[in-house]
Structures are given as C-alpha cells and as structure tokens.
Design a protein around this ligand. Structure first.
Ligand code: BES
Ligand code: MN
Ligand code: MN
Length: 479
C-alpha cells in the first residue's frame, strides 16, 4: 500500500478542490452549439492536469459527428488521452496489468437558472458540499482519477500499474465520438480492466460498487400537418393538428398501469436473479422516505408489481423530455401549428437491443399516426444496457479498497442511469469494467443545485489510489 500517496492526497487535498473549482467554472455544455469553445477549453484543462500529474502522450483526439445539431460535418468534442506504461514487472517477470481510466468533462445544461442558490458555473462551498453544474457528474469524479494518478506519480515516482486515460466530452449527448474511436482504434485503449468513476453510492457513508446500468435510445418524433401555420378559427375542425397528434401517439405508448404498449417491447428481457433480488431487499431503503425526500411527488408511479428498485434498475421505461411546437409565449395566439416535435427516450435493460427496440417503436408510431399527419421518427443516440460480474479480482480490488476507506463493507447496486460507452468497453474491447462511484442520492445530478459532498471527493481519490495499488499486486490464487 502506498502510504506516501495517501499522505500526499491528504496534504494536497485543498489544492485539488481549488483546481476542481477552476474546471467547474468552464461551462462545457456539450449539447449547446454556443459552448463549443468552452467544451474545448475544458478538454485542454483536463489535458494540462494530466501533464502536470506526470502522465505521458497527453493529447486531444478529435472526433467528428456526421449529424451534430443537424449540421452535417460539424466537429465533435475532443477526447483527452494520456498514458503511463512503465510499471515495474512483477517479481516473477510478468508485466503489471493495464488499467483504463474513464470519465467525462462535459456537463448537462444548467436550466432552470432561477432555481440555483448559487450560480451553476460559480462553484460554491456550503456545508461540506461543493455546488456547481458538473460537480459530481462528472468533473469532480473524473478529477479524482487525475489526482489519484498525481498522488502516486509524485509521491512514489511511478504507478503500481500501467495506466491509460480516456476522457470524453460528449457523454451527456450520447457518446457517439468515443464509440467511433473505440470501434476504429480500440487497440489504443487496450487494458486489462476499465475503471469508471461516474456513478453513485446507495446511501451516504455506504461504499458502493455499481454492477448494472440501463441502456437507452433517445429519439425525436416530428409531426407535420398543414403546409403552413393556420388561423385556428378559419381552419379549426378540418386542419390536422400536429401537437394533438403527438399527444395522442404518446398517450398510446404507455398504459395507466405503467406498461409500455409497443408490441414485443418486453420480449427477451432478462430478470435479475433471485440472489440479486434478495440482496436488493436487504439494502437500507425506505420507499416512503424516497418518495418524499428524493422524488418529492404525491405518489410513485409505474408497474406496481415490481419494487421501486426493480422499476428503476431492472425494468425498461419510456419518458417524454419535451414537446415543442406552436405558440408558447406569454398571452394567447390562435394558431394551428404546421409542425411539432417531441423528444422521447426509452431506458433499456439486459436482453434488450437498442436497434430492435427502435425498430419496434418506429413501426408502432407509424401505425398509430393519426390521419393527415406525417410523422418522422429519428434516433438521436443509443447505448446498450449492461450488468457486470462481481466475481473477478478487479471487482474484489474495488470493493476492498472502498471498504477500507469508508470503514464498512461495500454493497452492490445497479443504477437506472446510462453511460453509453461502458457497453462498448465490455463488448467491443472485452475489457472487464469496474464502476466505482462517489455521488450521493441527493447530489442533484442534471438538476439545479448539483453538488459533490467534498468528503467523498477525498475518499474517492484515496479509494482509487488503493484500487490501483491492489490491481498492481501479484494475483493471489483466489479461493
Ligand atoms: N453519470 C451519469 C449516469 C449515471 C447517473 C449512472 C447516476 C449512475 C448513476 C451520466 O452522465 C448520464 O447522465 N448519462 C446519461 C446518458 C445519456 C445522455 C446517453 C443518462 O443516463 O441520461
Ligand atoms: Mn456522468
Ligand atoms: Mn450525466
């Protein structure tokens, strides 16, 4: 165990936080065309941090997306790459394992701005928390990885394992750029294990290994009716209304008891094992408290025959994120819009394939499309669902490292969220992946007042240091 690196982390912790604040000041919102330059600035910041830590071959890798905001040929956001491949061989002459560290430096938009107690891009400390967009998702957690490397490199003069780092700037918009890079240049990311720090803990003080993520397809429906916007008095009664059509189609996709009505939608779904369900039942979880404190609604909805954890971790969903069309300003305007759109996504669970689900959905929408309306269904991005085995030395190294740092045994959870590239790491590259996350359930990811509990930032760094140390140890015969 590198006590020196842990000591370095404790001595330098305040500086690490102040650097993180500098990174958080950059509004690297990947979905916003007006922030393209900020996104690049954040990439440069991460690259500089990796160089300062002592990493080598640090560079930005350009990605391009054919369809970026509908502008063909637009430049995608860059990847940041770094490596350090000089780990001393094992006593028996074998090379040390290579660990691939992954995170993302892009963030979600900050709206609604008026809900923030301090501005989203002016990081502010309150009660041991650091508030800012991206604090925990994922700049803070990605920075823990960079700082863990710095601790080991500066305190010990080297790393206990070989390391590659890949940080992306398009995770929040589907990660198409990194997926293409993995397809075309996967060999450059060759590793024995990938460490992803972009998930959360089940509860405060409870070290957690995430062992499953849902996949997703994110789509847009466009409905067109009349050739142009029309006076709703003159033409109301005969002109097709695309907004009404969207509402009708959306309403037919899900029944009142939470079932998705698309034919074949649930075919092939793999349920969690009895052992997994049993383990979930023993997690400290109070449905009523969850409803009140986390969701804040009068009731929880969805498939009543499944528990809340099953519904969020192991069942697919359909959600509508926004509907746009017609008149949305103050006051009134009597118009029948010619066109309306809706953003609709589905979360997928093991056994479901993004392409198949999309085809089923598209066919269904085309079938139920009301008379006089032309509907276009487009796929914006997609990612595979994933479940991860806990029976390997890398998962053990992670659970033991976190248990040491938090002083309690590590629990396993799945998450309802998605990190599209994780499926590619596992399937394209065949790299076992460890999801070690330090967010808290009330960290407000994607919402106003996002925060990172600073104690977890520091514990995260120490957990990563210990994890890398353990992975570098000669493999013990596993009993
Ligand atoms: N870090 C999250 C995913 C996450 C959140 C995993 C909480 C586990 C627990 C990630 O940045 C994210 O938000 N992903 C998007 C992916 C999408 C845009 C393709 C998501 O889940 O909505
Ligand atoms: Mn994230
Ligand atoms: Mn996110």
């Amino acid at each position: 165990m590198s006590e020196r690196a842990v000591r370095y982390a404790r001595e330098q912790g305040q500086r690490f936080v102040s650097e993180l604040k500098d990174l958080l000041r950059i509004p690297s919102i990947s979905t916003a065309p007006e922030h393209v330059a900020d996104v690049r600035r954040a990439a440069e910041f991460v690259a500089a941090g990796l160089r300062a830590a002592g990493m080598e071959q640090v560079r930005l890798i350009e990605t391009s997306r054919d369809q970026w905001q509908g502008k063909p040929g637009h430049q995608g956001h860059p990847l940041v790459y770094a490596e350090w491949l000089h780990a001393e061989p094992m006593p028996d002459g074998h090379t040390r394992p290579t660990v691939l560290l992954y995170g993302h430096y892009d963030v979600q938009p900050a709206e609604p701005l008026e809900e923030w107690k301090s501005p989203p891009f002016e990081p502010t400390e309150r009660d041991g928390n650091l508030y800012a967009r991206g604090a925990v998702d994922d700049k803070g957690q990605m920075w823990m990885q960079v700082k863990a490397l710095e601790c080991l490199l500066k305190a010990d003069g080297g790393l206990p394992v070989n390391v590659r780092v890949i940080v992306e700037g398009e995770e929040e918009v589907g990660g198409e750029g990194i997926a293409a890079f993995v397809r075309e240049h996967g060999d450059q990311l060759k590793a024995d294990v990938a460490l992803v720090c972009d998930t959360e803990m089940f509860a405060p003080e409870l070290p957690t290994l995430c062992v499953g993520l849902r996949g997703m397809i994110y789509t847009e429906l466009e409905a067109r009716g009349a050739a142009t916007d029309l006076h709703s008095g003159m033409y109301g009664g005969v002109a097709p209304n695309p907004l009404v059509a969207l509402a009708q189609m959306i309403a037919q996709m899900k029944t009142a008891d939470g079932h998705i009505a698309i034919p074949g939608f649930y075919d092939g779904i793999e349920a969690p094992t009895a052992a997994e369900l049993e383990a979930w039942r023993s997690l400290p979880f109070d449905v009523e408290e969850y409803r009140r404190r986390e969701v804040g609604s009068t009731e929880l909805t969805g498939e009543e025959e499944f528990s809340v954890l099953e519904r969020t971790w192991a069942r697919p969903t359909m959600d509508v994120h926004g509907v746009v069309g017609g008149f949305t300003g103050v006051g009134a305007k009597t118009v029948i819009p010619a066109r309306a759109t809706a953003k609709i996504s589905f979360r997928l669970v093991p056994g479901m394939k993004p392409e198949e689900t999309f085809e089923r959905y598209k066919r269904f929408v085309e079938q139920i499309c009301p008379r006089g309306i032309q509907v276009t269904v487009s796929l914006i991005h997609s990612g595979d669902p994933i479940v991860i085995s806990t029976e390997n030395r890398f998962a053990h190294a992670a659970t033991e490292s976190m248990a040491e740092v938090f002083g309690r045994p590590t629990v396993f959870m799945r998450s309802g969220g998605s990190i599209p590239i994780v499926g590619d790491f596992v399937r394209e590259l065949g790299t076992p992946t460890v999801l070690m996350g330090f967010g808290l359930p009330d960290d407000n990811l994607h919402a106003p007042n996002e925060k990172f509990h600073l104690a977890n930032f520091h514990r995260g760094i120490e957990s990563i240091v210990r994890f890398l140390d353990r992975v570098g140890e000669p493999a013990r015969a596993e009993s």
